[in-house]
Design a protein around this ligand. Sequence first.
Ligand SMILES: Nc1ncnc2c1ncn2[C@@H]1O[C@H](COP(=O)(O)OP(=O)(O)OP(=O)(O)O)[C@@H](O)[C@H]1O
Ligand SMILES: [Mg+2]
Length: 243
Amino acid sequence: MAQEFAIDLENVTRIYHRDDFEIRALDEVTIRIPAGRFAAIMGPSGSGKTTLLNLIAGIDHATSGRVIVGGEEITSLKEKDLARWRARHIGLVFQFYNLIPVLTAFENVELPLLLTPLKKAERREHVETALRVVGLADRMNHYPRQLSGGQEQRVAIARAIVADPTIIAADEPTGDLDARSAEEILTLMRELNRQFHKTILMVTHDPRAERFVDTVYRVDKGSLIGADAVAQAEAVRPAGAGL
Ligand SMILES: Nc1ncnc2c1ncn2[C@@H]1O[C@H](COP(=O)(O)OP(=O)(O)OP(=O)(O)O)[C@@H](O)[C@H]1O
Ligand SMILES: [Mg+2]
């Protein structure tokens, strides 16, 4: 069944052109990630991690190969359909949060819902739920500059989950955080995975992340060089110790 894998890439190559030469950012990558998995992508700088994540999130196009995400082959979608597909399936989280400084936490999280037919009262309900899930119900009316880095990233995560996407795609979500905030964000992502069954794909350099995820996919020079199942968080925390 198509939905068996949340993410299914076949022989995907992405070539960028700069001046007169070609950069093979990804070279014939085949990767299948089951629904419900919390997966990390690790590898050296320039190895193709962001390229891989962007292709899966439908914000970049493969040069060749097939990209099937959420049961849909997105390689063949036109831009308008791709945007609609993205809104339904993908929640994005970046290293530098990308919050809009002149909007409150509430307004930042509400943004993706402005593209949906939801009425104002329904939007409010969804936004409040998302902010509650990330532990920021009491910061709704704060502006990004009034929040800590960890809190800003929580707002960004609330914005990523507010439209209830199938997949959360995060590019170095702990890259700009101190050790403690990083652990809190990883813990939150694991809870989203375990409690709300979100498939999460996270690019990271953070060795701490290995303790939180189910699988680490390793990328080097544009190729997938392996996948290891890793020690899971249950090993260090009692099972069922949820939110
Ligand atoms: N838009 C682009 N135009 C040209 N080359 C690009 C573009 N995006 C990425 N590249 C090149 O593709 C290769 C892979 O880049 P990518 O950003 O995927 O690496 P990365 O693994 O995410 O690195 P980092 O850990 O530093 O973020 C690099 O050589 C990079 O310079
Ligand atoms: Mg990158």
